[in-house]
Design a protein around this ligand. Structure first.
Ligand code: NAD
Ligand code: ZN
Ligand code: ZN
Length: 397
């Protein structure tokens, strides 16, 4: 089959690989019909999330049709159309029973303390081959698949595989109330869906911070107040627009590839250089692609400085093991609550399917590009460069 393979940092290739097979009786093999690209994939190709094994198939977002099932699979049949949640859980350990699927004790073959098991990730996450491929093996299929209801298209549900549940969880962590003011750092696909989830809770104000004009425009079209961090210091601007208090909820939808402003430079330039040495042991930028963000802790620093006293910071942007910088003293002095984590995708998908069915969530606003799977490397390059107008690309296989 054809699959997108990680060769090395800055080196990905669409090539022929072996088809996956049923290894365990709880497995299913899915023929992927639609896949896409996530900001997390970019971290791995840029080298800001390390530890990728050569030859791993990338991608953790997909929907498809069940082609084969192992003898223990009870909840699904060959031919069922399914969403594949990005994280892999066993469904029966103490964490899975609490629906904390990303903290499953069993599914990561490296052991219970090695982190979240997911498709197309670093060696420590499995590694499991991913969904930017014609087929994928799904372990513990009874818990790691969700059936697509009759009459619903792949395009309508592809964002439920990863980023809509992630955005929802980020908003849930922030416990948003109507009296709140909320700032969202990052207006990529995840940030846009955070704004969409926030709107359902009608907070007083939603601020959206980024520097890509087309992304800020889309955030504005959703009703957010856009702040371009190349034009305004976001901390000062957020304080100014909240009567000096700062937003009481902040959501980080950027992660380790954060940029510092080019226009003004950063007062933390020296610190960022030191951080980058540890976070990015190898980089391989080519033709303007795969350039690691130059301010790994920029958003965390801005968030702690901007958030109102006794506020909450919800971190869903991905940071690596080597991301060690967080202003804990400043946060403590302000009685800040911090919540973070990899999404427990499977928990939220059934509820989010109701949003699709009742028409209150429409993926079409966020799927700005469509391409055949054969064009995936080109699509990675465009998404990596945050090309004007690019939010989420739908790749049809
Ligand atoms: N926790 C989870 O389970 C989970 C799931 C999916 C994605 N993620 C993470 O969410 C993050 C966003 O994903 P995405 O697909 O939207 O990625 P993306 O790279 O398309 O978007 C990131 C956006 O942040 C902006 N940005 C960079 N520096 C900034 C700064 N200093 N302040 C404000 N904005 C800044 C960029 O211009 C870009 O628009 C990534 O870190 C990804 O790994 C986490
Ligand atoms: Zn993702
Ligand atoms: Zn488990």
């Amino acid at each position: 089959m054809k699959a997108l393979v990680f060769n090395d940092v800055g080196d990905i290739e669409l090539k022929d690989v072996q088809d996956p097979v049923v290894k365990d009786p709880s497995d299913a093999i899915i023929k992927i019909t639609v896949t896409t690209i996530c900001g997390t994939d970019l971290h791995m190709v840029r080298g800001t999330v390390t530890g990728m094994k050569k030859g791993t198939i990338l991608g953790h977002e997909g929907v498809g049709i069940i082609e084969k099932i192992g003898t223990h699979v009870k909840n699904f049949h060959v031919g069922d159309r399914v969403i594949v949640p990005s994280t892999i859980a066993c469904g029966s350990c103490e964490f899975c029973l609490k629906e904390l699927y990303s903290q499953c004790n069993v599914s990561n073959p490296n052991g219970p303390d090695k982190g979240t098991a997911f498709y197309g990730g670093p060696e420590a996450s499995g590694p499991f081959n991913g969904m930017q491929a014609e087929k994928v093996r799904v372990p513990y299929a009874d818990i790691n698949l969700v059936k697509i209801p009759e009459g619903i298209t792949d395009e309508q549900v592809i964002l439920l595989s990863d980023i809509l549940p992630t955005a929802y969880m980020g908003v849930e962590f922030a416990e948003v109330k109507p009296e709140d003011t909320v700032a969202v750092f990052g207006c990529g696909p995840v940030g846009q869906l955070v704004i969409a989830c926030l709107k359902r809770l009608s907070p007083q104000k939603i601020f959206a911070i980024d520097r890509v004009p087309s992304r800020l425009k889309l955030a504005e079209s959703q009703g957010a107040i856009a702040i371009n961090f190349e034009e305004h210091d976001p901390v000062k601007q957020l304080k100014k627009l909240t009567n000096g208090k700062g937003p009481n909820k902040i959501i980080d939808a950027v992660g380790v590839d954060a940029q510092c402003p080019e226009s003004t430079g950063s007062e933390f330039k020296k610190e960022f250089k030191k951080e980058l040495k540890k976070i990015v042991p190898k980089k391989n930028a080519k033709g303007g692609n795969w350039v690691p963000g130059n301010g790994p802790s920029q958003v965390l620093r801005w968030a702690v400085a901007a958030v109102a006293k006794a506020g909450t910071i919800s971190i869903i942007g991905v940071y690596s093991d080597q991301s060690k910088v967080f202003s804990v003293g400043e946060a403590m002095e302000k009685n800040i609550t911090v919540r973070s984590g990899n999404c427990n995708h499977r928990k939220y998908i059934p509820m989010l399917l109701e949003w699709v069915k009742d028409g209150s969530f429409k993926s079409s606003k966020f799927i700005t590009q469509k391409a055949p799977f054969a064009d995936i490397v080109h699509a990675y390059k465009k998404f990596d460069k945050r090309a004007a107008g690019w939010i989420k690309v739908l790749l049809t296989i």
